[in-house]
Design a protein around this ligand. Structure first.
Ligand code: PLP
Length: 242
């Protein structure tokens, strides 16, 4: 796998550039998050050596083990998975960026924890559930205004944009309406002055990131197309893993 890593990263970067140029966007405005969940720290180190600077993890404990081994300052760490209440403090200590804020309660808790932990700023995205998939995380569109209001009262949390994990679609074209809708919601919030820099859109994964970029993604989260099929990474004892 590691042998393909450089090639995979190059291919993904090239596809990002092509997709951006197709719709007249600046490729430099699109951030690539390498989704490293399930992969061991050695592979992340190799990715760093091949120029990757941003990693996405979906579990706090798994990320904790890797960050401890690799060093927090060696890369930018993004939490892209659902955040449980009891992991929020650890998340504030570990991550540079959180993609998955999805309730006023979680926002308030993170804000309080930032104050307690002396964390000046924590950039976050709000994960929106556009398909009404009750089993997934993400806030319903109708509940978004309440959460935005809470975020506007936060000193530490920086409301930076929106994140989407659409229902799995075999054909990326089927995900396009979801990407488009998220952009419309972002545009609406931007018009109200909610964001400092126009508002990020974290959307698009291995099989559909080009479609997401065509619809305005500014952050794509790509795992399999970079690292190959997922593995099983079991953090070593002592990290509190179960
Ligand atoms: C796993 C995951 C990804 C990456 O998925 P791939 O299909 O492997 O690119 C992106 N976003 C989230 C939230 C994920 O959990």
């Amino acid at each position: 796998m590691a042998a393909d890593l450089g090639k995979n990263i190059g291919a993904v970067r090239e596809r990002i550039v092509m997709a951006a140029l197709r719709v007249g966007r600046d490729p430099a405005r699109i951030k690539l998050v390498a989704v490293s969940k399930t992969h061991p720290p050695e592979l992340l180190r190799k990715a760093i050596a091949r120029g990757m600077t941003v990693f996405g993890e979906n579990k706090v404990q798994e990320a904790e083990a890797k960050i401890a081994e690799i060093g927090g300052g060696s890369a930018e760490w993004h939490l892209i998975g659902h955040l449980q209440k009891n992991k929020a403090r650890r998340a504030v200590q570990l991550f540079d960026f959180i993609h998955s804020v999805d309730s006023p309660e979680l926002a308030e808790r993170l804000e309080r924890l930032c104050a307690e932990e002396g964390r000046q700023h924590l950039p976050i995205l709000v994960q929106v559930d556009l398909a009404g998939e009750a089993t997934k995380s993400g806030i319903d569109e109708k509940d978004l205004p309440e959460l935005v209001k809470v975020l506007q009262g936060c000193d530490h949390l920086q409301f930076t944009g929106l994140m989407l994990l659409p229902p799995f679609c075999e054909n990326p074209e089927d995900a396009r309406p979801f990407f488009r809708r998220l952009r419309e919601i972002r545009d609406g919030l931007a018009r109200k002055g909610c964001f400092r820099d126009g508002g990020e859109l974290s959307m698009g994964m291995s099989h559909d990131f080009e479609t997401a970029i065509e619809e305005g993604a500014t952050i794509v989260r790509v795992g399999t197309a970079i690292f190959g099929e997922r593995e099983t990474f079991v953090p070593s004892a002592g990290t509190g893993a179960i």
